[in-house]
Write a protein that binds this ligand. Structure first.
Ligand SMILES: C[S@@+](CC[C@H](N)C(=O)[O-])C[C@H]1O[C@@H](n2cnc3c(N)ncnc32)[C@H](O)[C@@H]1O
Length: 291
């Protein structure tokens, strides 16, 4: 099913409140616990996802990769790239792209670099927090973000993604979202707690990871439904927004959204979050560590 938001039922104040609420609830976990989880998981990350999702992970990533349009020479940025699971598949689909991966976990990216070397491909790696992307405006044709936005402050990350995309460039997003249906949500969140717990025990995860078992379902409960995320993208200044929900009732959704071409922007449009960030663009961006 493909949907695009026609009239928005939410505005930037709603988005601001929701992000404030997510920050108040999870800021400490995002800063302390989540980095520890991703120190622990690189070597079993992919297998862990397959086990926790009963195999659905592979199908979902395959569907997502299929939806990403790549051309020879495309400059692609994979945000919160982890172990380059997505990047490697993008390179298999179109070997003639220039791919940059950014993630704050040196451990996840170190493993991702090992996998890239084994596959004989080049992925430029940048170790950095993705709330500030250390790239010039309009640097990429395509930006991808998979399975990470629940851990991020979207009111910071999405305007940054829009900034580094060239006009007309496309942002592809895929993640587990909050189902629209309440009964499904109830079942899904309970399943998630169990599956994360059994995966942690099966792979001998650290105490830090085990303490995060309930966070993973809490983060989805506080997150956006597919329809809401389409609206968030519009609020952040993206256009031509498409959303394909998976067969699991919107538990996983694939969004694609374009950075508008200047000519297509009306002269007197409502200011967006992206404009707020553009106004602060004089910020000195911290130096990234490149590998
Ligand atoms: C579940 S993994 C997803 C990895 C990859 N996108 C994939 O689909 O396999 C989430 C990733 O987000 C990264 N991450 C979380 N918060 C981050 C932040 N503020 N800045 C950069 N990376 C972050 C973690 O280090 C981790 O590698």
């Amino acid at each position: 099913m493909v949907t695009a938001p026609c009239a928005l039922s939410h505005d930037r104040h709603w988005f601001s409140r929701r992000e404030g609420m997510r920050r108040a609830r999870f800021e400490r976990i995002w800063a302390d616990a989540v980095p520890k989880v991703f120190q622990d998981v690189p070597t079993y990350y992919r297998k862990g996802n397959i086990v926790a999702s009963l195999g659905i992970w592979e199908l979902w990533v395959w569907q997502f990769v299929r939806s990403v349009e790549l051309r020879p020479g495309s400059r692609v940025l994979d945000v919160a790239a982890g172990t380059n699971d997505l990047g490697l598949r993008l390179l298999r689909k179109q070997p003639r792209i220039a791919l940059t991966a950014i993630d704050r976990s040196a451990e996840m990216q170190a493993h991702g670099q090992t996998l890239a070397r084994r596959a004989g491909v080049r992925i430029d790696s940048v170790i950095h927090d993705v709330h500030q992307l250390p790239f010039a405006d309009d640097s990429f044709d395509v930006v991808t973000l998979q399975a990470a936005s629940r851990h991020l402050q979207l009111d910071k990350v999405l305007p940054e993604i829009r900034r580094v995309l060239r006009p007309g460039g496309v942002f592809y997003h895929c993640d587990m979202l909050k189902p629209e249906n309440r009964a499904l949500e109830w079942l899904y969140l309970r399943f998630l707690r169990l599956s994360v717990a059994w995966t942690a025990s099966m792979f001998g995860s650290s105490d830090a990871s085990r303490r995060c078992v309930s966070y993973f379902s809490d983060a989805i409960q506080a997150f956006y439904t597919p329809r809401e995320l389409s609206e968030v993208l519009a609020i952040c200044g993206f256009s031509a927004i498409r959303c394909e929900t998976s067969v699991w009732g919107g538990m996983v959704a694939f969004h694609a959204a374009q950075k508008p071409q200047p000519a297509s922007q009306p002269q007197t449009r409502e200011p967006t979050w992206a404009d707020d960030v553009d106004r602060r663009a004089a910020d000195v961006r911290p130096q990234a560590r490149r590998r």
